[in-house]
Design a protein around this ligand. Structure first.
Ligand code: SF4
Ligand code: SF4
Ligand code: SF4
Length: 588
């Protein structure tokens, strides 16, 4: 069934009428998009992660998409274009999208949003990033002078979350965060003017997807910039920094470059200009992770112990299993994440090699991720008081530091990372995209099992952005089933199979963020899967052009593993995870 409606662009312009036919149950907003009629929205998310609920992606709370609907019978009402679905009852209706009356309604609704926001642009953590709220408000005639200022009492930031700062008096109640949160950790309590945002600390896994969609800087990562600057200014410290794969293909967006542009050389130069003493590439640690993880998988395939084995490099995913599926913890690989492996070997091996007291070393990690801030604080990620990683900066924080230092990244001369912990294969690079860890592991597992290299290192069967992707991998005389999952909302059916003993898989990659780390909670703002795909393409094309595409060919990794020996290697690079006992309630 279809519905045909007439859209009036603006009732003040005679020529602005468009007739469109859409499938029944389409929203008015979808009809307007089809007809090329600009219908404003604000609380709506343009899309949801692959595999999640169907449209509408909106709470309908902002009121900016209000349109006038006149049915064929003549009855007229004002409705929300994002939520109102067209049925046979609306066939032949006339929908006015812009008029003097609608403009004034939208101005009033925009004013209500502005009143809720404390508008402290000078201290806003968005810094020089584009502000969605300010951009939207700039298009409206606000009547703020008619209301008391401040309209709501100012509140200090809520810092009870381990990685997020919640500034409630910035929140405009668009509820995008509630829609995007994969674990239902966000609630709104109270009514009307007193409505307030709460993040449940017992459910939140620190993925940071809420920070990606918040248009008002009401939820932001807890910054580590001040601590990093203090370490850089301290003459007694040796400050190292590592850069994750996904950072290099996103950071350029803040400098006008297309998503996917790989700036690792420029980053090495810029980080040295910021004062870092050594710049390591997390690609190295990704290769190290794969060599360790592949050996672990081959061992489990031989014994049948705790199959399927599931990747462990995403700390939001780890937190999710610990909190919601603790009985499945034995299925996690014992490998630490690349961030933590690199931190551990920097202090315990590299410092010794270059003759530096490890207690003088401060390790900084630049990550696409807010959950890595939580991971760096975990008690098992340290040797006593000596943490593997001392401070984690998100991509956004690095952008702020670069801009504050006047460094226009594309203009900074390219340099190479510091030797010993920086050689990276193409397999290490693709860690930043969904499917990349599994693909890298398959390349190495194939060699370990068959003694021969995989003829084509591109494992196309696990690429793409479907929420769950499964493939059969040939390993000499046998085959194994593998799966890739991204976005935590896609995980429960896969885990339920394991719990019931019916999982067909031997190996599963899980990344909490839609698109993998390229879509991490610490990346430049916005939820746009097309942008995330472009970033992933940047990583896959870097891999395709790499002289080495297999982690087990990494010579620095081989040197390190031989030097550590089995016991130290296991102590530094592996760990065990545990069911979560929350600090707030004491319950599992
Ligand atoms: S960080 Fe992730 S889990 Fe926590 S509230 Fe935000 S979206 Fe939800
Ligand atoms: S915290 Fe941000 S995304 Fe969530 S309701 Fe408030 S303004 Fe919207
Ligand atoms: S998918 Fe990547 S960016 Fe997202 S939480 Fe996991 S490790 Fe962090």
């Amino acid at each position: 069934m279809t519905v045909t409606v007439s859209l009036v662009r603006d009732d003040r312009v005679r020529t602005g009428r468009v007739t469109v036919t859409v499938p029944e149950n389409s929203t008015i907003k979808q009809a307007a998009d089809l007809g090329g009629v600009d219908c404003p929205t604000f609380c709506a998310l343009p899309e949801m992660p692959p595999g999640s609920a169907e449209p509408p992606y909106t709470s309908g709370s902002c009121g900016l998409c209000t349109v006038d609907l006149q049915l064929a019978c003549g009855r007229t009402s004002s409705v929300c274009a994002c939520r109102y679905r067209l049925t046979s009852a609306e066939d032949g209706a006339v929908i006015t999208v812009h008029s003097a009356r609608l403009d004034s309604t939208r101005d009033a609704n925009a004013t209500l949003l502005a009143l809720r926001h404390r508008a402290s642009c000078i201290t806003c953590p968005l810094g020089s990033e584009p502000c969605e709220l300010r951009t939207m408000l700039a298009g409206h005639d606000l009547g703020l002078e008619r209301y008391p200022h401040p309209y709501l009492a100012p509140e200090p930031p809520d810092v009870s979350n381990p990685v997020l700062d919640v500034q409630r008096d910035n929140c405009v109640l668009c509820r995008r965060c509630e829609r995007i949160c994969p674990v239902g950790a966000i609630q709104f309590v109270g009514r009307g003017r007193d409505t307030s945002l709460l993040i449940d600390p017992d459910r939140c896994v620190s993925c940071g997807q809420c920070t990606q969609v918040c248009p008002a800087a009401a939820i932001v990562e807890r910054p580590a910039i001040r601590q990093v600057r203090e370490a850089l200014a301290d003459p007694d410290t040796v400050v190292t920094v590592q850069v994750a794969p996904a950072v290099r293909v996103a950071v350029g967006e803040a400098f006008g470059l297309a998503p996917g542009t790989n700036l690792i050389g420029h980053l090495c130069g810029a980080l040295r200009r910021l004062g870092f003493d050594a710049v390591f590439d997390t690609d190295f640690a990704a290769d190290l992770t794969i060599v360790e993880e592949a050996a672990e998988l081959v061992d489990r395939l031989g014994t049948g112990h705790a199959l399927p084995m599931i990747t462990s490099c995403c700390p939001a995913w780890i937190r999710y299993v610990e909190t919601f599926w603790p009985d499945l913890l034995p299925h996690l690989s014992t490998c630490k994440s690349p961030q933590q492996m690199l931190g551990a070997v920097t202090k315990n091996w590299w410092a010794q090699q270059v003759g530096i007291d490890p207690d003088r070393v401060v390790n900084v990690a630049v990550m696409p991720c807010t959950a890595k801030k939580l991971e760096a604080r975990r008690e098992e990620m340290a040797d006593g008081p000596r943490r593997h990683v001392d401070h984690v900066l998100t991509t956004r924080e690095l952008i702020r530091m670069l801009k504050a230092s006047g460094l226009h990244l594309p203009d900074v001369p390219e340099e190479t990372p510091t030797p010993m912990l920086s050689e990276g294969s193409g397999a290490g690079t693709i860690f930043g995209a969904t499917g990349g860890v599994l693909e890298a592991a398959v390349r190495t597992v194939h060699t370990l099992v068959t003694g021969t290299e995989l003829a084509d290192p591109d494992v196309h069967a696990v690429r793409g952005t479907a929420g769950v992707r499964a493939a059969t991998i040939g390993l000499g005389g046998r085959t194994v089933e593998v799966a890739v999952v991204h976005g935590l909302h896609n995980v429960p059916p896969v885990l339920q199979q394991i719990r019931e003993g019916s999982s067909p898989y031997a190996f599963i990659e899980v990344m909490a963020c839609p698109g993998g780390c390229v879509g991490g909670g610490g990346q430049p703002h916005g939820f746009d899967m097309a942008v995330r795909r472009q970033r992933a393409e940047g990583l896959f094309s870097t891999d395709a052009a790499s002289p080495s595409r297999r982690s087990h060919e990494n010579k620095e990794v081989a040197t390190l593993r031989a030097a550590l020996g089995d016991d130290e290697r296991h102590r530094l690079l592996h760990t065990r995870y545990r069911a979560t006992v929350t600090p707030h309630t004491g319950r599992l």
